[in-house]
Design a protein around this ligand. Structure first.
Ligand code: NAD
Length: 362
């Protein structure tokens, strides 16, 4: 029986123990921020963030028991928010053994030591000592997987991507169940670019829902925003070295759809759509849990500036509209309409269409 250790007892880390415990010895390590969650689980109560039960066979470890949690682990899953993932991996590398696979569900951008905005895989790799880097391969996990549904064992399709042949499949062999199914990919950049950017665009989908709380739906605008979001995710993915086709699948449009329906990024957008000032809405929501799309929107905007040779502002109007919304500038419906709808007047040629009316003055 393989040992699978999940680092991070938040919503997603705890949820992943549901498929992991089916065929493995599953362990869940809580960070120094997760003490209260572990207390709840030890008392046999449901996870406070997902309302899912954690199987009693899952072994629980406190923040100071990282070494014990990782002993003999074949797979060490990082389920830490983007703001803390490099620090936690920095602690964990002391106990990594050659051959341990390191999947991660964390979604977002980070910054390298030169201040440049990067996807997470190269930043995570830098934290792993050079002698272990090739022998402790990363696996990027994407796809529409909500923690409460994965935790409860409801049907879910994940995407596991690795640039090391066979590695994503080896992890899938350990973690996949009939309910938690896994698609394999070698497009790490595509999965990660989609994962980081869909949180940003989900805010805009939430704004449309918030606008509709006035009583009249904004479903047409929401559909246009979704379509524009997918187009911009493709553009960003291609520039970040990923395959645009990945954006059309579970890791892209699939994850955007589910993130726009539920979760903190969408709820943040709903509050903005209702008319709450963006800064106040973020403060009200941030207690203990990140709204990852907000910093990711800023980092994506910075990325566009840093890659001005490949990424033009004109090709990413929705990204810029979302940043304007977060800055509190402009009317939400108007900003999103300008970014996602066709231009106000279609270009006119001055000629009558061949099938148009033939009578009257020309
Ligand atoms: N919740 C979901 O449905 C879901 C689905 C797929 C992926 N994810 C991704 O998984 C990651 C975790 O999300 P979550 O929903 O479990 O969040 P969460 O807030 O429930 O848990 C976050 C985890 O990260 C740790 N953490 C947070 N800030 C930290 C810091 N500054 N230093 C060290 N540790 C810190 C917490 O202790 C906790 O273990 C995110 O990147 C998220 O995008 C979440």
């Amino acid at each position: 029986m393989a040992v699978v250790t999940v680092l991070g007892a938040g919503a997603m880390g705890s949820a992943l123990t549901t498929p992991a415990v089916a065929a493995n010895q599953a362990r869940l390590w809580g960070t120094w921020l997760d003490g209260a969650i572990l207390d709840e689980l030890r008392a046999g109560r449901r996870h406070p963030r997902t309302d899912a039960t954690v199987d009693p066979r899952v072994r629980l470890y406190d923040a100071d028991a990282l070494e014990e949690a990782m002993a003999e682990a074949e797979v060490v899953v990082l389920a830490i928010s983007s703001e803390g993932v490099l620090e936690v991996l920095g602690l964990a590398v002391r106990y990594l053994r050659a051959g341990t696979i390191v999947p991660f569900v964390t979604k977002g951008f980070g910054r390298d030591r030169h201040g440049l905005v990067r996807l997470l895989p190269p930043l995570l790799e830098e934290v792993i000592p050079p002698d272990l880097r090739e022998r402790c391969p990363l696996v990027a996990i994407g796809g529409p997987c909500k923690a409460n549904e994965v935790g409860a064992g409801r049907p879910t399709g994940a995407v596991y991507a690795s640039r090391h042949p066979g590695v994503a499949g080896a992890v899938a062999d350990l973690l996949a169940t009939d309910a938690y199914r896994v698609e394999l990919s070698d497009d790490v950049e595509g999965v990660e670019a989609a994962a980081a950017t869909k949180n940003v665009y989900a805010i805009a989908l939430g704004v449309c829902e918030g606008l509709g709380e006035g009583g009249q739906p904004f479903h047409d605008l929401e559909a246009a925003v979704f379509t524009q979001a997918v187009a911009e995710m493709r553009h960003l993915t291609a520039v970040l070295g990923g395959d645009e086709a990945t954006v059309g699948g579970l890791a892209g449009a699939g994850d955007l759809q589910v993130t726009g329906r539920s979760g903190r990024n969408k709820l943040y957008g709903v509050r903005i759509g209702r008319g709450e000032p963006a800064g106040e809405a973020l403060e009200a929501m941030a207690a203990g849990q990140a709204v990852e799309g907000a910093p990711a929107a800023r980092l994506a905007r910075e990325l566009v500036e840093q890659r001005a040779d490949q990424l033009s502002r004109d090709a990413l109007p929705l990204l810029h509209a979302i940043n304007d919304l977060l800055d509190g500038a402009g009317d939400p419906a108007e900003l999103l309409a300008e970014a996602a709808l066709p231009p106000r007047r279609p270009a006119r040629t001055g000629r009558r269409p061949a099938w148009g009316p033939t009578s009257g003055p020309t």
